[in-house]
Design a binder for this molecule. Structure first.
Ligand code: BTN
Length: 236
């Protein structure tokens, strides 16, 4: 595993996407980002003290492409397990498709992009950082809860090493175990939500878990519907 370390960078995802001759499990870590990106073009606040990293995963030709369709769930599952192992008493929750929540606030987000035959898996994790006032009502860091100072790089390496094992576990036909676990830790379960689409269309319903094919199950006016895209808002 090659590690590329930066004091500051625009975005670790962008750097790895543009990097020539990348290899499987190359990792880019930065102490802060000046243009951290989230899903759907959102900004990812990236002040010093947080974990900002991306790693490359090479698509294996002998694995069917649809197997990679649930990659975001596998990454979320693996990250959740690593955090649970780090802080056994905290109740981390999984928010479909791959956010980690703690005390009803977002602790971590995952952005997966595809370039050529590589997936670029980018993770932003609030570790020792103070979440900016602007997003203090929606974001949280580990340190805010535990008052501990963590070794950021050590945690990042652990997340990636555990992911390698969990990906092999998934490819070995264990998606059911992963799915059952995610459904146990499903932050959205039984919450009233709005699914907002790119064209601003919106559907309201009650979240009912994650389906066998990795989609979100939503009860819309008494009918079970499945969604695999859209931004999820929790209705107050
Ligand atoms: C989201 O929840 O919207 C995903 C956030 C992903 C942020 C991480 S931080 C490291 C990597 N580099 C980026 O620019 N984004 C990802």
């Amino acid at each position: 595993m090659r590690i590329f370390r930066f004091e500051e960078i625009d975005s670790t995802n962008l750097f790895l996407k543009n990097m020539k001759d990348k290899k499987d499990y190359d990792v880019v870590i930065s102490k802060k980002q000046t243009a951290g990106v989230g899903r759907r073009g959102n900004k990812w606040h990236s002040d010093i003290g947080g974990g900002y990293f991306s790693f490359a995963l090479k698509e294996e030709p002998n694995i069917a492409q649809e197997e990679y369709g649930k990659l975001s769930l596998v990454v979320g599952y693996s990250l959740l397990k690593t955090l649970e192992n780090l802080e056994k008493k905290l109740n981390f929750m999984f928010k479909w498709t791959n956010d980690i929540y703690l005390e009803n606030k977002k602790l971590s987000g995952i952005l997966i992009e595809k370039v050529g035959d590589f997936f670029i898996i980018g993770i932003g994790l609030n570790i020792n950082n103070k979440v900016e006032d602007e997003i203090d009502d929606i974001g949280i860091s580990l340190k805010k809860i535990t008052n501990k100072e963590y070794d950021i790089e050590k945690l990042i390496i652990e997340i990636i090493e555990n992911f390698k094992k969990d990906l092999a576990f998934y490819f070995n036909g264990n998606f059911d175990t992963i799915l059952n676990y995610l459904n146990k830790k499903d932050y959205l379960f039984e919450k009233q939500i709005a699914i907002i689409f790119g064209n601003k269309d919106k559907i309201n319903g009650c979240a009912k878990g994650i389906s066998r094919d990795g989609q979100l199950i939503v009860d819309v006016l008494g009918n079970k519907k499945l969604f695999n895209i859209g931004e999820i808002h929790i209705e107050k």
